[in-house]
Design a protein around this ligand. Sequence first.
Ligand code: EPU
Length: 416
Amino acid sequence: MKQIYIRGGVPLSGQVRIQGSKNAALPILAATLLADGEHEIKNCPRIADVYYMLDLIRSQGAAVRWKGHTLYVDTRQLTPGPFSEKKEGTMRSSIFLLGAMLGRFGEVDLEYPGGCVIGDRPVNWHIKHLNKMGAMFCDSDERIRAKAVRLTGCEHTLPFPSVGVTENLIMAAVLAEGTTILHGAATEPEIVALCIFLNSAGAQITGAGQREVVIRGVQALHEGRIQLCGDRIVAGTYALACMMTGGGVLLQDAPVSQMTRLIPTLHAMGGHTMISPQGLYLHRGEALSTVPYTVTEVYPGFPTDLQSPLMAALCVAKGESVIEERIFGNRFRIAPQLRKMGADIYTENRYAYIRGVEKLHGACVTAEELRGGAALVLAGLGAGGETYVENCGHIYRGYENICRDLSELGARIYSE
Ligand code: EPU
C-alpha cells in the first residue's frame, strides 16, 4: 500500500472510530522489558511503528500475541543482548530502549535511532541525563552502547521539556536505587499513560503530567496493564480533514480533554463542535476562515504533529496566515508538495507564510514523512480532481488505515 489515490471535493460525513494512541503505545512497549510477566495493553494501534517496536522487544526474548486490539507481551523469558536487527535505526522511538534496558539489565547496545526527517533530532539530552544516573556510554558513530552497574536516582533539571527524555528517565528511574526527581518534565498525556502503566506494575511515580515528577526506585516490577486512549493526533488530523472538505463528522473515542488547543482553532476556522460521551462531533457549513498566527508548542500548546495537517487546511482558507514551528527544525517539507497542488506558501526558517487560494488542484505528490504524508492526503481530499500520494509507507507508521477511515466518512480514496 505504497500509493494513495484520492478524488477530491467530497464533503466528509458520518462517523469513524479513532485508533489508540501511537505515542503512548511505543514507550509502554519498551517499558514491558522492565518487568517479568504477561503485560496487557488494550486498544493498541496496529501500525507499522508498533510492529517495529514489537520486533525489537521480541529480539530480547519477549513473546507477543494479539487478541483484536489487545496486545499481550510476555517478558518472562527475556534473553537480553545487542539489538542486531537493522530496524532500530529506522524508528526514532527505539531510543526508549535506552532507559528500559539500562534500568533492567544495566546494559544496552543499539543502533542510533532514525525516524521522520523532521530536523536533526539529536539524543544528547538522553545520554547526558542517563549518564548522570550512572550509565557509562562508549563513543561510537553508529551504535549507542552503555553500561551501568546499577542506576542511581538523582535530581534532573531538563533544558527543555522533551517528551522522549522525560519518558526515558522515568523508565531508567523506576528500578534505580533511591529517588529521582525531574524538574521541567514534559507533561504530554503520553507521559501520564506511561506512568499509569508503570504504576500498575508496581512502580512508585507521582506527579505524572506535571512539570515535577518524582520516582521512587523499587526492587522489582510485575506485570502491568493499561487501556490506551484515542490518538489525539489522528483525531486532530481527521478533524482538519473535515475542515478542509466541509461536512459533519463524529470522531468516536477522540480524547477531547487532550484537544483543548485544537478545538478553538477549529472554531476560529468556522467549525462548530459538540462534545458527547461518544467523542467529538464537528461540523463546518460556512466558508473556511483562516487563523492569522499559530505557534507549535509543548503540551498543552498547539501540537507540532498537527502543524502539517493545519498547513494543508490553511492553504484553502480565506485570508493570510503564519505558522511558527518551535519544536522541530525541519518540519515544512510538505510546502513544495503543496505548491504543486496550487498552494501559495513561502517558508523561511521556522516560519511558513500562507495565502489561502480558492481551490487546490490534484497532482502527483510524495510523502516524505508521517504527518506531512497525512497532510498531503488531506490536501487531496480538499482539491479538485485526482491526487496521487506516493511513498505512503510513512503514513502507515502512525495511521492504522487512513483510507478505510476516510472512506467511512464518504471520501473517495483508495490505496494500491
Ligand atoms: N531534543 C534535543 N536533544 C535530545 C532530545 C530532544 O535537542 O536529546 C530536541 C529535539 O530535537 C526537538 C525537541 O527537543 O527539537 C523536542 O523533542 P522531543 O524529545 O520532545 O520529541 P521526541 O520525544 O523525539 C515525541 C513524539 C513526536 C512528537 C514530539 C513532540 C514519540 C514516539 N514521538 O518525539 O511524535 O512530535 O514528541 O511532541 O512520542 C509523531 O508522532 O509524528 C512524532 C514525531
